[in-house]
Design a protein around this ligand. Sequence first.
Ligand code: MIG
Length: 811
Amino acid sequence: MGILCETEWRGCGDSRLVYVARKKTGMFLLMRMNTYSYAQVTCYNIFRTGYRSHVIGALPSCWHNHFMTPDKSFQVHRDGSGFDCPLGVDTLSVTFVRDDVVRVRIIRPGTNGPEASWAVLPSEHIVAQANVAEFKDSILAVTPEGGVSVDIRNDTFSVLSAHGDGLMTNVTVTREGESTTITWNCPPDRRVYGCGEKTGGMDRRGRRMVMWNKDKFEYGEHEEPIYYCIPFCVSLDGGQAHGLFVDNTWKQIWEPGDSGSTQASVTLCGGDVDFYVFTAPDVKTILNRFTELTGRQPLPPLWSLGYHQSRYSYYPESEVRSIAEEFRKRRYPCDVIHLDIHYMDAYKDFTWDPVRFPNPPKLLSDLNDIGIRSVIILDPGIKVEKGYSAYESLFESGCFARNPDGTPFVGEVWPGPSIFPDVTDGKCRSWWGDQMKVLDEIGAGGWWLDLTEPEVFLYDNHTMPDDVVFPGEDSPRTHAQVHNIYGMQLARATYEGALRHRPEERPFVLFRSGYAGAQRYGATWTGDNAASWEHYRLSIRMVLGLGLSGQAFSGPDIGGFAGDPSPELLTRWLQVGALMPFCRVHNAIPTPDGSIETENTNPQEPWAHGEPYDTYNRTAIERRYRLLPYLYTVFEENSRTGAPVIRPFLMEYQDDPRAVTVEDTFLIGRDLLVAPIVEEGAVSRTLYLPRGFWRDYETGELIEGGRDITISAELDQLPMLVRAGAIIPTQEPVQHTGEIGRQRIIWRAYLDNEQYAKGELYEDDGISFGYRSCDCLRTTLRSGSDGTFARIVEGAYISPRPPDFVQIIGD
Ligand code: MIG
């Protein structure tokens, strides 16, 4: 009879009914031999008043032969969260982080196993209790709520969901030199989403994905990899979802297998096996759990949700001023102008070119006066130059990347030969924060980090050699190990530095590459895309994919970085881009210094093509500002739950086989559907509308879903629909977010068939952390039976807005 932590085994004589009782927690498992080949496992939680039961899994019936004869060694974790047991020569360590999240580590003999995670937050509080049962040649562990179970055989194991579905079955681990491959069975019809910033289609089956952050100017539609890899995916089997996060910073190769194959694998090019399986059956809960582990996007400053204008580069100062003035003169909303590398003196971080920018504090404060913040670019490389204070202080600290022989690693980037801060070291991160002071003091609004892969010119692979050493805080690591977290750690240094200088303000940090968890330091953009219809369509899939990977605050260079968009393309792209989480127009110019990569581009400011595009583009940007109350409410939800800001249908309709294939239509939050025109010359399109009733955003016309519909949209229009029964908080456009106090909230109510609607609005001061101590306001608006609307208000924030107004859209 098998004995496990205070659990008693009993078996019925005919082996058809077996139960395991755990007296202390009042829980027992019942295994019933249902069919010839499977036993159903039911978990009973016993309460004084009765019991609650649920089926937690199915086991091959061959198990019944083993019930009585266990003979395997395993060790239950002291806190009851899981157990360790042998797996071949290694030790397999299984920890239940939540009832629906299991962590699996493989510890090699004579080692302590995976090193502390860069992604996962310290999480002593996140521990679930496990029940472990031992059989003759396998071990079964389940969480009390039955969310996940792990079944371990001699050298393979399986992770099962609450319903007994095999999420990762027959997992095997093989090694070759430094690399380890994890292989498992993957049902042919499983769909795999996420994995960070990836090109191609949203379903990643059939692909070979390399997790290795890489600079790629004008990347191809199927280029692999690019800037920002996240080794996390969400999978769908029929309507059931589960997630996988492989927490390893080395290069990883993911091969989810094509739809005909039944094998999936992940190869780790170094380090140890440490992964998490998320078994909650719905995509939202999985993202909630993943962002609980790796951190959520902090609520951004409201201004950063406004419109951003950028160019490589606006200079000299007079050009920056004239762009800003143009926005105001033409009455285009704009909150931010970006300063790209030409503001610097010889591309040296934390300096200004004295000729091009003679008086930066005055410039930044004049821009601020008209409601425009400046986001300032920084690159990781610090120019080797005697007398340049950033270089001298970094050199002195010793915290920089080194060659294997200990000499400084010097790489070529914009300023010429440069050294690279070792941001894996906390001392170095605070050094970086110290350097930011000179920019903070003169009024920098936000921070833009480029080349964070880290990119180094002149090497074949555009980065440092693998064996470059980062001395680190606790122990040295090679570039091969820290490459993928370099961008994230630089973002962390910047976020923490900004916070140190202005503890009362939410930082805004924009960075090009990251890793799981980087979302807790800010936003990203999709790098050097191109001015083509393909790239425009791709940008939608990429931003949706990033959201499914935990990074919800992203957007493309609207109009394309390389090349010139046609007027039509810029307008269409702006219409969609203006509704993406991060909204910025940016493009390249030839640099006077003869840039190696950029090509000639024409101006891409939204008025660049004259009328009628000028008016169309203003309308597109104004739409963002109209919807800002709703968008901010969705951002707040994201910061609290991890649910992406813009969502593919599969997030809300994962059980609808058609909805899960849609890649060019999306939802903002739950209720607002955007159906962009994505074909050149088109003025109408067909889309699959998910089930239920919808209403046209403008007219309120009621449309039944669950079928294909065709909508027309001339070049000045963007098709949008609202879920019937929703209320969308909006406002009249403003020139910048500093003006919203003048605008009342206009609730656009879209009644359902029962004449019912409900909506929500989140407000706070948009800049401080006051919301953390309740200085915020959540208003719920509901229609009553008599045609009136009732508000429920929670929170202490006093909104400066004039009284709100409800407008019923449609009949
Ligand atoms: O080698 O800073 O992706 O947004 O304008 C090019 C100049 C360097 C690449 C970035 C782009 C930026 C540009 N940078």
